[in-house]
Design a protein around this ligand. Structure first.
Ligand code: NAD
Ligand code: UFG
Length: 344
């Protein structure tokens, strides 16, 4: 298939480019480079030995999308493009709704006009809010606590409405998949690609990695009094290449099945690790100390979040195969050989 990848220069999108190319698919990348650089795509070419078109433009630009769909025969779209920082979304909600919600609406309108019906959307475990228990299945109630999470839930609801409208009219046009990611970490095993956050990282793993290379002094562990075995927050960290491969499986599923409902899959490992366990695992992989101090809880954080990924296993034949040690080794290989990320 020829797949349009919005946000394809970003962290998860660029790794998914590799997984798709390695499965024999063709790709067209569409990205405004607001949080990425073209170097990631040069690395995709270097690793796969394959070339592909790259369009630098914005998903909110309908004319730009029209011209891509007219010039390239696209079979499906994977929609990664969007803003993802929870804190920033509280300060700039309009920017988040414009990029994440309006961007998706405009993309869907353009797809419909060009009769492209298959879309895979990057959602997040954030749509489960503060879950009543773990592990989290796809049937858990949905709620959000910040504009970023709200934007993901709004898009999910819009996609469900598109399917419902199809069912009402008996048209069966859309084939829609929603992937709810847990916490993506790690990097491609080559050490050529990985996560390259701008400024001070918000997320745990890039923060730990930058402490280990000496770019940052020490990690603040947010909260030591959660009702968890060691008092620290627990998350389901998943290797970015496992996540990428989940997208290929979801694409295969949608192309083989004529679905009449929005398909939703959790992409996680089913294992939860605490912040402290992550620090220890990173120290073991890197042989570098990661100094830390326990500080107060970060506003909006929850104690525990980990997936029941059995639906994806059952329906997609997908299971995360890379363990915590591999996640850490790959993250370290990337960070230590590219201390300044793609600008190294
Ligand atoms: P990223 O910032 O590395 O990648 C997003 C890409 O989209 C970037 O290359 C950016 O330049 C591009 N982009 C942003 N707005 C755009 C627009 N309006 N038009 C065109 N391109 C645009 O982020 P990521 O970690 O790769 O995340 C990809 C997707 O997965 C996002 O939708 C994010 O919300 C979602 N997600 C990420 C995580 C995570 O922890 N990384 C967790 C759950 C869900
Ligand atoms: N943490 C620290 N110190 C830090 C950063 C994080 O102790 O400097 C802790 C957090 O308190 C949390 C854990 O590390 O317990 C993970 O935090 P992240 O910021 O890496 O990830 P979150 O689980 O908060 O959120 C991430 C993405 C969201 C996404 C969610 C999905 O940032 O966008 O995963 O599960 F919605």
């Amino acid at each position: 298939m020829r797949v349009l990848i919005t946000g394809g220069a970003g962290y998860i999108g660029s790794h998914t480019c590799i997984a798709l190319l390695e499965e024999g698919h063709e790709i067209v990348v569409f990205d405004n480079l607001s949080n990425s650089s073209l170097v990631s795509l040069e690395r995709v070419r270097q690793i796969t030995g394959k070339t592909f078109p790259v369009i630098v433009d914005d998903v909110t630009d309908r004319l730009a999308l029209d011209s891509v769909f007219s010039e390239h025969k696209i079979d499906a779209v994977m929609h990664f493009a969007g803003k993802k920082a929870v804190g920033e979304s509280c300060v700039e909600p309009l920017m988040y709704y414009q990029n994440n919600v309006a961007g998706t609406l405009i993309l869907c309108e353009a797809m419909k006009a060009h009769e492209i019906s298959t879309l895979i959307f990057s959602s997040s475990a954030t749509v489960y809010g503060d879950p009543h228990s773990t592990p989290i299945t796809e049937e858990f109630p949905l709620s959000t606590t910040n504009p970023y999470g709200q934007s993901k839930l709004m898009v999910e609801n819009i996609l469900r409405d598109l399917m419902a409208a199809d069912n009402l009219s008996g048209k069966n046009f859309w084939q829609l998949g929603i992937l709810r990611y847990f916490n993506p970490v790690g990097a491609h095993s080559s050490g050529l690609m990985g996560e390259d956050p701008q400024g001070i990282p918000n997320n745990l793993l890039p923060y730990i990695a930058q402490v280990a290379v000496g770019k940052l002094d020490k990690l603040s562990v947010f909260g030591g009094d959660y009702p968890t075995p060691d008092g620290r927050g627990i998350r389901d960290y998943i290797h970015v290449m496992d996540l990428a491969e989940g997208h290929v499986k979801a694409l295969h599923f949608l192309s083989m099945n004529n679905v009449s409902d929005c398909q939703v899959w959790n992409l996680g490992t089913g294992n939860g690790y605490s912040v402290l366990e992550m620090v220890k695992a990173f120290e073991a992989a890197s042989q570098c100390p990661v100094p830390y101090e326990i500080t107060s809880r970060r506003s909006g954080d929850i104690a525990e979040c980990w997936a029941d990924p059995s639906k994806a296993k059952r329906e997609l034949g997908w299971k995360a195969g890379r363990n915590l040690q591999v996640m850490m080794e790959d993250a370290w290989r990337w960070q230590s050989s590219n201390p300044k990320g793609y600008s190294s």
